[in-house]
Design a protein around this ligand. Structure first.
Ligand SMILES: *[C@@H]1O[C@H](CO)[C@@H](O)[C@H](O)[C@H]1NC(C)=O
Ligand SMILES: *[C@@H]1O[C@H](CO)[C@@H](O)[C@H](O)[C@H]1NC(C)=O
Ligand SMILES: *[C@@H]1O[C@H](CO)[C@@H](O)[C@H](O)[C@H]1NC(C)=O
Ligand SMILES: *[C@@H]1O[C@H](CO)[C@@H](O)[C@H](O)[C@H]1NC(C)=O
Ligand SMILES: *[C@@H]1O[C@H](CO)[C@@H](O)[C@H](O)[C@H]1NC(C)=O
Ligand SMILES: *[C@@H]1O[C@H](CO)[C@@H](O)[C@H](O)[C@H]1NC(C)=O
Ligand SMILES: *[C@@H]1O[C@H](CO)[C@@H](O)[C@H](O)[C@H]1NC(C)=O
Ligand SMILES: *[C@@H]1O[C@H](CO)[C@@H](O)[C@H](O)[C@H]1NC(C)=O
Ligand SMILES: *[C@@H]1O[C@H](CO)[C@@H](O)[C@H](O)[C@H]1NC(C)=O
Length: 640
């Protein structure tokens, strides 16, 4: 055999297996029974032939008339003779056909042709009841009074159709001119139609209003509302016989409801495991359905089979695993999200990024609270309220704002570096130039205390004191935002450049000394509460474009090492400027600032650095050299 032939053979076998598998998975009828009549599926409890249908009540036994070569074959209800067009287990409906009752008249009103045989439909004792929601009674042609009676001969429903001269021009709904319709009640299992004619002249001239242009044929029938799509053009002038579809509700009706049916297990119609029973609403009885996640025929043993949801379109957009009665749907490895949604799975990177972002926001919030942000906000608000709603000129900055202002804390924005942190130059959104102090560490002060200090400092308004604009609290160590002073520090002025030799420079130096003294005096005596500096030195005195002095770093948060390595910086203040008493007691007093200011004055006058490690040991400190000189009455020689 050639390779090709083998391939074809294999393909055929596979196809055959597939077909067999599908057939067994979708079992419809009892084994050995027909499950079709023409193109109509006949599922159990319906059946054709002995032993193939449920035998509890009339109606489930059907007949398929395809023996006489009729095309297509006719499916009828055994014992009732009604023709069926479709059957549904899911909706509990069957479609049957009914011949319309017809009566035709001549111009004098005499009946000339009628067909009223076999236009009734008896369902008594069967599993069927007319659907009250999907059918209606229609009387067609005019003038025509159409109605029907039940098995006991009593009126059930009817309507009156009249004529108008222009009726042929009235298309559309069946509302009483040329055609009328009426609803039917539930529970009806017998239909026998009647009609009354109104011959011309019979009742005098008053009737002429509705017998003008009488149609020659009149009809009455029950019909599927969806199918009866009335227009004058199609129906009004008909004269032929025709049949119409009606919708029947079927159910297992030999027992009134599920709870009663369950009492007799051998008779209970819901045979399959994984099936459920429910009571029907139109008439007595019950029907069965497969449980959620299962499909098939609940009236057969093991008729309900698991639905492979993974084969359903749009059920899962990830990794689908079918389970009994359900399925799982997960995002593929490396992704995460909701796989039941289209594009619901996101690559882990994006997912973790989002997670990181959320964590970052959380951390910011936690820092903000820890650093007293909430308290500070409250204080700013109440302060602002007390000031008559005016702003306090103090702002809480976001980290993002300061990053933007400093070009992400770029190295070329650094103004100065100290043991305790870095000062950056920054440009705020409104173009204000600021100095941003980014400290390495901070004493674990009370959040409340810190907030209070910030607010007090922000209220200091003195031309010789560097203004505090605001702070940023959503970082581990708060960053302080100060006014930018353009011409560097006094330290740099004295030691970094020239211009100290002239007399004019001396004037400037005295001026700077006086201004610095102003600032200290104001903070010690006028501010309430008094504020000590704690680290007065030339590096903390800034000069603006006109060489006006501005003292910076007042009351800046006290710094403390976070680890052993930085223990040397434990002492606040700077070597060379510290007063001996403070060194012994570690108690900062206003006198400590005054002592340090004295050293600044010496530095200004002499132009010498406060500590100089070049010479012999006794010459290293400017203070000791100066006191020695004073004792020797040689202090005027200590000039630069
Ligand atoms: C069966 O076939 C007839 C025509 O032969 C068609 O009108 C009808 O709609 C079909 N019914 C179903 C259920 O396919
Ligand atoms: C029937 O209606 C047509 C117009 O549709 C009208 O011309 C004719 O006179 C009417 N016949 C009677 C008997 O009213
Ligand atoms: C009947 O109803 C259908 C929708 O239900 C509509 O599309 C159709 O135009 C209607 N008329 C006729 C004459 O079929
Ligand atoms: C019904 O009458 C309309 C015009 O009024 C005509 O077009 C149509 O062919 C007629 N239909 C039948 C079945 O006679
Ligand atoms: C219904 O009417 C059709 C003609 O339209 C006819 O062939 C058929 O025999 C009638 N059915 C019954 C049950 O009378
Ligand atoms: C079910 O039917 C039984 C017997 O007809 C009746 O006693 C019972 O009340 C019904 N139960 C429900 C829930 O309708
Ligand atoms: C249960 O149903 C079966 C079949 O319909 C019937 O033969 C039997 O008598 C019923 N048993 C009872 C206790 O009603
Ligand atoms: C996933 O998405 C579907 C459809 O939008 C929704 O019904 C379901 O609750 C979602 N599942 C989870 C765990 O969010
Ligand atoms: C301020 O500094 C700039 C550059 O650093 C310098 O050119 C200018 O002369 C200084 N102004 C004064 C008054 O010293």
């Amino acid at each position: 055999m050639s390779r090709m032939a083998i391939s074809v053979l294999l393909l055929l076998i596979v196809l055959h297996l597939l077909l067999v598998a599908e057939g067994s998975a979708q079992r419809v009828a009892l084994p050995g029974c027909r499950d079709r009549c023409g193109n109509i599926t006949v599922p159990y409890p319906f059946g054709i032939g002995a032993g193939c249908y449920r035998d509890s009540q009339g109606g489930f036994q059907l007949e398929c008339h395809d023996d006489s070569g009729r095309s297509p074959p006719r499916l009828t209800v055994y014992g009732y003779n009604h023709r069926l067009g479709a059957l549904s287990l899911a909706s509990g409906e069957a479609r049957a056909y009914l011949n319309a009752t017809r009566e035709c008249y001549d111009s004098t009103g005499g009946s000339v042709d009628r067909d009223t045989s076999s236009t009734y439909m008896a369902l008594i004792g069967s599993v069927y009841i007319f659907s009250s929601t999907k059918n209606r009674l229609v009387a067609l042609g005019c003038p025509n009074l159409g109605y029907f009676v039940d098995g006991a001969g009593y009126y059930v429903s009817g309507c009156m159709s009249v004529c108008r001269p222009s009726q042929n021009a009235l298309p559309g709904p069946c509302t009483g001119v040329g055609c009328c319709q009426s609803e039917i009640p539930p529970g009806i299992n017998y239909f026998e139609p009647y009609q009354r004619n109104f011959p011309p002249g019979q009742n005098g001239n008053s009737d002429s209003a509705f017998i003008n242009n009488a149609t020659s044929c009149h009809y009455v029938f029950l019909v599927d509302t969806e199918w009866f799509n009335y227009t004058n053009q199609v129906f009004l002038n008909r004269t032929d016989n025709f049949d119409v579809p009606v919708v029947l509700d079927w159910a297992v009706r030999n027992v009134g409801n599920c709870s009663a049916a369950r009492l007799n297990a051998t008779d209970f119609a819901c045979r399959s495991v994984r099936s459920e029973c429910f009571d029907v609403t139109n008439g007595p009885g019950y029907r069965c359905s497969c449980s959620q996640g299962y499909q098939g025929n609940p009236y057969l043993d093991d008729g309900c089979t698991d639905i492979d949801e993974c084969q359903l379109k749009d059920a899962c957009h990830g990794v689908c695993t079918n389970t009994q009665g359900s399925h799982t749907c997960r995002c593929p490895a490396g992704t995460s999200g909701n796989a039941t949604r289209k594009d619901g799975c996101q690559s882990m990177d994006r997912f973790t990024l989002a997670l990181k972002k959320r964590k970052l926001i959380k951390a910011k919030q936690s820092f903000f609270e820890h650093n007293g942000g909430v308290i500070l906000q409250q204080q700013i608000r109440s302060y602002s309220d007390a000031a008559g709603g005016g702003g306090v000129g103090f702002k809480i900055f976001s980290e993002e704002e300061l990053k933007k202002a400093t070009n992400n804390f770029a190295a070329d924005q650094i103004l100065g570096r100290g043991g305790h942190g870095i000062v950056y130059r920054g440009v705020l959104e409104d173009k204000t130039i600021v100095a941003i102090k980014n400290s390495k560490m901070m004493e674990a002060t009370e959040a409340k205390e810190f907030a209070r200090e910030m607010l007090i400092l922000s209220q200091i308004n003195h031309r010789n004191i560097v203004k505090l604009h605001g702070c940023c609290l959503e970082v581990e160590v708060p960053m302080l935002v100060y006014e930018y002073v353009s011409n560097g520090t006094l330290y740099h002025y004295i030691h970094g450049g020239e211009g100290l030799d002239t007399n004019k420079a001396l004037d400037t130096r005295l001026q700077i000394a006086a201004e610095s003294a102003e600032a200290l005096s104001y903070m010690h005596s006028s501010a309430s509460p008094p504020i000590l500096h704690g680290d007065v030195k030339t590096a903390n005195i800034l000069l603006d474009g006109t060489l006006t002095a501005e003292v910076s770093d007042f009351g800046a948060p006290k710094l403390q090492p976070s680890d052993e390595a930085e223990i040397a910086t434990l002492v606040q203040g700077t070597c060379g400027y510290l007063d001996p008493e403070y060194l012994m007691t570690c108690q900062l007093k206003d006198k400590s600032d005054v002592y340090s200011f004295g050293v600044v004055l010496l530095e200004l006058l002499t132009g010498k650095k406060v500590l100089c490690f070049d010479g012999p040991e006794e010459d290293r400190s400017l203070v000791s050299r100066f006191t020695t000189a004073v004792k020797a009455d040689q202090h005027d020689q200590a000039r630069p």
